[in-house]
Design a protein around this ligand. Structure first.
Ligand code: SAM
Length: 216
């Protein structure tokens, strides 16, 4: 399913920047599930999942393969179209849905057993990230979980100019941004180091900020 919601309040420059980024080549991300999600999700009962800033759909497709009914939302129409194609190619189109929308304004009446967001960063054109995280917490069903994975340190050894002054969030800052009530338990708010491989094949150390909460 597609729903291309060109929300008028979305910043045109933000959308343009991401569309230009996606136009660089077909497949700017690996297409594989993010490591933290792959670590956390198997301990949860599969149900309805929502991935905010889903990019080209690697996490949504993987969740569907694990038995979740998964919806992805991303600002970029190009990314969402690629995510839909990836779901078809993986044979999980029936278990997935994608929406092109600005998370600053997008909302839904649905509630989800897992709300996840991986690397929802936007460095050249800022986004109201804290407000988006707070809205994300509101989409979690009773008994459901919210997983926020972020870069806590630069993800690449070779940083583009615009990323040099970007302030990466700490787990404590992301937890505070959620504005949780006393109906939520914090399962994790921590830094997790991880080793990736550079395009040249060299190992590179990165650090993820991981916040996992459960709504009772
Ligand atoms: C660094 S990418 C991460 C993509 C994916 N989660 C992954 O891990 O591969 C950030 C994504 O957030 C999306 N994004 C940024 N600001 C957004 C907004 N305000 N609303 C919806 N999506 C947004 C971008 O289009 C981009 O696909």
């Amino acid at each position: 399913m597609h729903a291309h919601d060109r929300t008028p309040s979305a910043s045109a420059s933000l959308r343009d920047w991401w569309e230009d980024r996606y136009a660089e080549r077909d497949g700017i991300w690996s297409g594989r599930v993010n490591a933290v999600l792959a670590d956390v999700a198997p301990s949860l009962s599969a149900g309805r999942a929502l991935d905010l800033g889903c990019g080209e759909g690697g996490d949504v497709v993987w969740l569907a393969e694990q038995g979740w009914a998964a919806t992805g939302v991303d600002l970029s129409v190009t990314a969402v179209e690629r995510a839909s194609r990836a779901a078809v190619a993986a044979g999980v189109s029936e278990q997935t849905a994608f929406v092109a929308a600005d998370l600053a304004t997008w909302t839904t009446a649905a509630r989800f057993d897992l709300v996840t967001t991986s690397f929802l960063h936007s460095w050249p054109v800022p986004i109201p990230r804290d407000a988006i995280l707070r809205r994300a917490a509101g989409f979690v069903a009773e008994g459901g979980h919210l997983l926020v994975t972020a870069h806590a340190a630069p993800p690449h050894a070779d940083l583009p100019e615009e990323l040099r002054s970007y302030r990466f969030p700490t787990p404590e800052e992301d937890l505070a941004a959620l504005g949780l009530g006393d109906d939520c338990d914090v399962r994790a708010a921590e830094l997790r180091p991880r080793t990736t491989t550079t395009p040249e094949g060299e190992p590179h150390e990165v650090v993820d900020s991981v916040v996992l909460v459960r709504r009772r």
